[in-house]
Design a protein around this ligand. Structure first.
Ligand code: ADP
Ligand code: GLC
Length: 488
């Protein structure tokens, strides 16, 4: 099968969250199964051209947007798994450091134009290089319009007309909803500005249109697929997802263990595995030193690596943290950025609790790996979580997750059974200060009172296998179904 993967993020080139990890890893797994995959990304100002060996590929690519012909260029590189990656270079839209927003987290006002253009340019590129895909696989609202462009503009195109559309929703709260004045520029045609297609209370909704036009739609865990078919977690999309019937499913994300496993991790002071855990102690010591925590192997560390957004539940943690630190002998290691109030709160904690709380406000790949390895517990009290990767990484690093039982967190973490000493983490159901306090307390008391259980849980956690192999096979089945649907 020939698959074109269209995304606004992909490691190691451009990343704000888990989407980048998924688009970096899934193509490698598909390629191992014998499929040919290309990835198409925007060339953001922040992409390191020299480091990644990105070379010019096509000097001019003409892209019609409404009545405007935009001329861009295309560059090319290979990802570590040998996958070809194309970059759409258009300085007017992408020559900025941020992917979606400026350094103050204000969304760029021209995002509706930037990503409609990117989606259209990606298909135009495939045409201009005569690459005939079986599948166009788009990710999130930023690439969702490719599903529509395929049908609206390429229905009769000898190269693209046969391609089936698959849309993966990584987070349904981000739909790309903008003023209807952008419709002309997108070229998506007034006849598609209807309530079951792109129209959403008088505005233009990119994700909704993508859901309508895609042959198959999926999200990134079975539980989130269920949760989004009704109620508030669907963010208004339930009727449109239900219209798809069984053409909307959930496929759990996998993990790229070449990057995220203590046996391979290049960021750690020493590697470790279930057979020899000395490296975990070394990582803990380095983490304590790096973040100014009291160096003591006996103190449990609770790690947090997160975008600071409402989804992640860290506002609730902030409300109860003083209480936790008053009552429990525990350390915190926090890495994150986003919401300014949360940045100020978590940034000030080390001064308020010297030696007990360490934090770094910003983005650091290296520190994110060290926190995974050096912590004893990983806190992810999300309001909702389509999949969540950090808790799955944590399992492999023997860092037991403390999570709310929602979405992928529910699907990947097994509740601790205090009698049997089994499980891989600590789960609670309702996001509240009490639940966070009690569940953190449960984990911390287990650390001190039942160390044998902690050891057993660590072994079970490390033995879990969430590699991409199985999930990639599920995507192949989804693609096959999409191709069949396209043919009828
Ligand atoms: P989401 O995609 O909703 O942010 P995931 O758990 O799926 O949540 O993925 C988050 C990814 O982003 C992980 O790889 C995590 O390590 C990374 N990440 C999040 N915040 C930071 C940060 N401040 N610095 C470095 N990496 C981060
Ligand atoms: C989104 C979700 C996260 C998921 C990631 C990758 O950012 O918030 O839960 O793991 O996409 O699919």
């Amino acid at each position: 099968m020939k698959i074109a993967m269209i995304s606004s993020e992909c490691v190691p080139f451009a990343k704000t969250g888990g989407l980048a990890d998924v688009v970096g890893a899934l193509p490698k797994a598909l390629s191992k199964l014998g499929h040919e995959v290309v990835i198409i990304l925007p060339l953001y100002g922040s992409v390191d051209i020299a480091k990644h060996g990105i070379k010019p590929f096509m000097a001019q690519l003409g892209v019609w947007m409404g009545n405007t012909l935009e001329w861009c260029a295309v560059h090319k590189a290979h990802s570590d798994g040998g996958i070809t990656v194309y970059f759409i270079e258009y300085n007017k839209y992408f020559q900025r450091d941020g992917l979606y927003h400026d350094a103050w987290f204000n969304d760029y006002p021209d995002n509706p134009k930037r990503f409609a253009f990117f989606s259209r340019a990606a298909l135009q590129l495939l045409r201009d290089m005569y690459w005939m895909p079986d599948i166009i696989h788009a990710h999130d609202w930023q690439a969702a319009s490719t599903m529509a462009y395929l049908k609206v503009w390429h229905w009769n195109d000898p190269l693209l007309a046969k391609a089936a559309g698959v849309l993966t929703i990584h987070n349904i709260a981000y739909q790309g909803i903008y003023g209807s004045e952008h419709l002309d520029y997108t070229g998506l045609k007034l006849e598609n500005f209807k309530p079951d297609i792109f129209e959403d209370h008088g505005r233009l909704n990119y994700l909704k249109g993508g859901i309508y036009f895609a042959e198959m739609v999926n999200t990134v865990s079975p539980t989130y697929a269920k949760e989004t078919r009704s109620g508030p977690l669907s963010c208004g999309m339930a009727p449109f997802l239900n219209n798809k019937g069984d053409r909307y499913t959930g496929i759990l994300n996998g993990v790229d263990y070449a990057l995220w496993s203590p046996e391979n991790d290049k960021h750690l002071p020493a590697r470790y595995s279930a057979r020899d855990m000395k490296g975990k102690a070394a990582a803990k010591k380095l983490l304590q030193e790096t973040l100014g925590l009291t160096v003591d192997p006996k103190l449990p560390i609770i790690g947090v690596v997160s975008r600071f957004v409402a989804q992640k539940g860290l506002d609730v943690v902030a409300q109860v943290l003083d209480h936790i630190l008053k009552d429990m002998v525990v350390q915190f290691a926090v890495l994150g950025s986003g919401d300014k109030l949360l940045e100020t709160y978590y940034g000030a904690l080390p001064a308020r609790y010297p030696g007990r709380v360490g934090s770094y406000i910003g983005y650091s790949d290296e520190l994110s790996h060290l926190i995974e390895a050096g912590s004893d517990f990983f806190l992810m009290p999300s309001q909702y979580e389509p999949c969540g990767l950090n808790q799955i990484y944590s399992l492999k690093y023997a860092t037991l997750p403390i999570v709310r039982a929602t979405g992928g967190l529910e699907d990947t973490v097994e509740q601790y059974d205090e009698k049997a000493g089994t499980g891989t983490g600590f789960k609670f159901n309702v996001l509240s200060q009490t639940a966070v306090y009690d569940t953190v307390g449960w984990a911390v008391s287990t650390w001190y009172d039942r160390p044998v259980h902690i050891d057993a849980m660590r072994r079970s956690a490390m033995a879990k296998d969430f590699s991409w192999e199985e999930s990639a096979k599920a995507y192949v089945a989804l693609y096959e179904r999409a191709i069949t649907l396209k043919r009828v």
